[in-house]
Design a protein around this ligand. Structure first.
Ligand code: PRP
Length: 183
């Protein structure tokens, strides 16, 4: 792993490339067991989920299909508003399908609450959520998250899909951003 170009930008590494891959492998085995004998559609939420989707999908020893949504929060207060608009919808009709939403992080849980209710209205056989990271506030939300990689502290994390001003997404690990970068 060479992430020397961001040396000093990160306070610490929360999860290394290996830790992430090992955890995704564990989740994939559980998902394979749970969906045995049933088709499975993975729905990635752009852009953060790109890395999780790519690596989780390649852990499966079974057929899966993949589709994508791009969504955005309205307004300046973005994260707190809970109002979401669809920038790119699914290509797939999910009526009767088993949908597994794949996310990089659940922070307030507002995005997922909205997304699960939106997808559920389309008549799928099931909708479940898999996220690599979950912050403390999200644990109080009403939406049940079936597959969680790691519960993390409430810090500004970047890497492995997670950005600050669109940068750091391409890091192989997840780290805590140093306050001097964003303040
Ligand atoms: C992140 C993440 C989730 C959402 C979670 O996406 O990928 O979709 O925030 O936040 P919440 O639980 O508070 O709703 P972001 O809006 O940063 O877009 P991105 O994936 O394009 O980076």
């Amino acid at each position: 792993m060479d992430e020397s170009h961001v040396e000093g930008d990160l306070v610490d590494i929360l999860y290394s490339e290996k830790q992430i891959q090992d955890r995704l492998a564990e989740l994939a085995r559980r998902i394979e067991d749970d969906y045995e004998g049933r088709e499975l559609l993975l729905v990635g939420v752009l852009k953060g989920a790109v890395m999780v989707m790519a690596d989780l999908a390649r852990q499966f020893n079974r057929h899966v299909e993949m589709d994508w949504m791009a969504i955005s929060s309205y307004g300046a207060g973005t994260k707190s508003s809970g109002v979401v608009r669809i920038l790119k919808d699914l290509d797939t009709d999910i009526n009767g399908r088993n949908v597994l939403v794949v996310e990089d992080i659940i922070d307030t849980g507002l995005t997922l609450s909205w997304l699960v209710s939106n997808l559920s209205s389309r008549g799928p056989a099931s909708v479940e959520i898999c996220t690599l990271l979950r912050k403390p506030e999200a644990q109080q939300m009403s939406v049940d998250v079936k597959y969680v990689g790691y519960d993390i502290p409430d810090a500004f994390v970047v890497g492995y899909g997670l950005d600050f001003n669109e940068k750091y997404r391409n890091l192989r690990s997840v780290g805590t951003l140093a306050p001097h970068v964003y303040s």
